[in-house]
Design a protein around this ligand. Structure first.
Ligand code: HEC
Ligand code: HEC
Length: 281
């Protein structure tokens, strides 16, 4: 059992080391075929974690099992929608994604290395930014809304073809300053509860907060299908939700701070497998 967080008076009362409801020793194999690394040694830059865990490990047996079979994973329905979009011509150039990229499998490996520095644009790009770059610059189509339905569905398709591959985002070179900004935000305390991401997801993973079993807040499983809202959820929307839960002011999706935070949090999961679309509560 981990030590309880003893920060603030309010916060101290939030966490409880209740008996685990999940099978934390379980292993994830999808469709009896794709082996997912759900626990592994922490990368050097988060050595304090010792071991990193996928959020899947902390879910109930029922929720865990939904992700073991694509026919039971409600997120896969949206992957099918994205395959239709992939093949649909859109925009003034008369192109579909398929016209240039062929099969979606041609993007295998992409999810594992994003967010990533883009030389031409001279910025760190999330997959959503990259997809909108193709839509506006190469298709003459309108940008999709950041974390909107079409975008999240496409991200689920792009994640699905990388399942089982180890997350390996670069944190040095031109991406380093964004990574440092993300790290700073991760350890910044937010809201009336005066809690940082680390207070919950680093100091208290494995403990309960209210009735929820805290994970390390990893993003290797995104987009995630949440049973709570019965839809696919994007990384940055999830970050916003967590900041709101501290009763804090939050950022809009797609802004520099959340891109930086996404890069930093992704890097904390270097070595876990891509598993999106995942299933969470
Ligand atoms: C006119 C051709 C064209 C079309 C149409 C197009 N793309 Fe691209 N796409 C490219 C090229 C070229 C690159 C690589 C350039 C770069 O990395 O900036 C790319 C890069 C990408 C990447 C990043 C790949 C990587 O290895 O980092 C993603 C993701 C992507 N496209 C998704 C899409 C999606 C989804 C669509 C449809 C909505 C689409 N693209 C439509 C040409 C196209
Ligand atoms: C007050 C505690 C608290 C704080 C602070 C907090 N979270 Fe969370 N977070 C939760 C809870 C509870 C959940 C749902 C259970 C779980 O997956 O850990 C969650 C879930 C998540 C998930 C989903 C994990 C998955 O596997 O699907 C991510 C990602 C995440 N948080 C990131 C963050 C980031 C980044 C921050 C800082 C901006 C943050 N959280 C701050 C409590 C918190």
């Amino acid at each position: 059992m981990k030590l309880l967080f003893r920060g603030g008076v309010v916060a101290g009362a939030l966490f409880a080391a209740l008996a685990a409801q999940a099978d934390e020793e379980a292993n994830l194999v999808i469709n009896g075929d794709i082996e997912i690394t759900v626990r592994t040694d922490a990368p050097e830059h988060v050595a304090q974690l010792g071991t990193i865990y996928s959020g899947w490990v902390f879910r109930s047996d029922e929720t865990q099992s939904l992700q073991m079979d694509d026919f039971e994973n409600p997120g896969m329905i949206f992957v099918d929608d994205a395959i239709d979009a992939w093949n649909t011509v859109d925009g003034t150039a008369g192109n579909s994604c398929a016209a240039c990229h062929g099969e979606p499998e041609s993007l295998a490996g992409v999810r594992a290395v994003y967010p990533k520095w883009n030389d031409e644009a001279e910025e760190v790009r999330t997959i959503a930014m990259q997809v909108n770059g193709c839509r506006t610059e190469r298709m003459g189509a309108e940008a999709w809304k950041y974390d909107g339905k079409e975008m999240i569905n496409m991200e689920a398709l792009i994640a699905s073809v990388s399942r089982g591959m180890p997350v390996d985002v670069a944190i040095d070179g031109p991406a380093q300053s964004m990574w440092e900004l993300g790290r700073e935000i991760y350890y910044t305390r937010f809201g009336q509860l005066d809690l940082s991401c680390a207070n919950c997801h680093e100091d208290n993973y494995g403990n309960n907060i209210r009735s929820d079993h805290l994970s390390q807040g990893q993003i290797n499983g995104f987009p995630t299908y949440r049973l709570k809202n019965a839809q696919l959820n994007g990384v940055q929307s999830r970050f916003r939700g967590c900041i709101r839960d501290t009763r804090g002011e939050t950022y809009g999706v797609g802004v520099e701070e959340l891109i930086a935070l996404e890069l930093y949090v992704a890097s904390r999961g270097n070595g876990l497998s891509v598993e999106g679309p995942s299933v969470r509560n």
